[in-house]
Design a protein around this ligand. Sequence first.
Ligand code: Q46
Ligand code: ZN
Ligand code: ZN
Length: 309
Amino acid sequence: MKCRKCGEKAVINMRQHKLALCKTHFLDWIPGQTQRFIEKYRMFGPQERVLVAVSGGKDSLSLWDILWRLGYQADGLYIGLGIDGGLNYSSESQRLTQIFAEQRDLKLHIVNVLENYGETIPEMAQRTTRGKGKPCSVCGLTKRHIMNRIAREGAYDVLVTGHNLDDEAAVLFGNTLNWIPGYLVRQGPVLEANRPGLVRKAKPLCRIYEREMAAYALMRGIEYIYDECPYAEGSKSIYYKELLNKLEADRPGAKLSFYLSFLQAKKNGLFAQAADPDIELLHTCPTCGQPTSAPGECAFCRMTVKIVE
Ligand code: Q46
Ligand code: ZN
Ligand code: ZN
């Protein structure tokens, strides 16, 4: 197979786009596409300050690399969750993230959950009843809180995450199976900061397949953590991704069209009646200043208050 642009030997064939490219043109194509989506969905402008949430995985490090290559002012945020799982998951992912930032002379914020809040994520999950034995609910709440806090403290205009098309299609699949209108109305490439104390969020890779992000990281020589978080094993989102990949194998482009048709339907007002859960965020937490749905402390501060005292 030959590269569509130059006729040299292609290294990747993207069946959903009927596009084969050589290494040079693929490594140009990915940032080109990312730039197109940043503009199309009005994620952020060239003068805005961007905070990239980095986990040490291929998607977030590649996103940071792409934004750096495109010339954006993008700093990183790594959150040390204190997860070991027999593979030194957190310390290894932090090490790789630090190497990445040093190689490119990029600014990296590091927030260690244990040092800041007195417990690791698995410890916090054990103490509280949230999440029924799995730390993911505690972890998600903590990460959202810290990302928003650092973005506000550093006066960043936007917080970006490395969610790719496979992630977004899997979330959409779950929300559709259960018909959760409040989540459907919120899902998209950009989430505006519609409450004081919240920062705008964007997902510049939301239309790029996971397979292509892995190829990008590999071809750019980015060292990332191959292992998933040990708690991701057996998760619904992995199961949904497998199902969608079966569909994709028979019908190239099925994942992409599932997501794009959803965005189009939303644009046409299909979910306009659904309440956005953020609308409920009418109150301000007296402890941390972030918006919350009921008067008094937010869920995060209630969860951590015992140890801060
Ligand atoms: S939520 Fe759960 Fe992830 Fe946190 S505990 Fe690991 S799998 S990292 S995206
Ligand atoms: Zn080429
Ligand atoms: Zn709070």
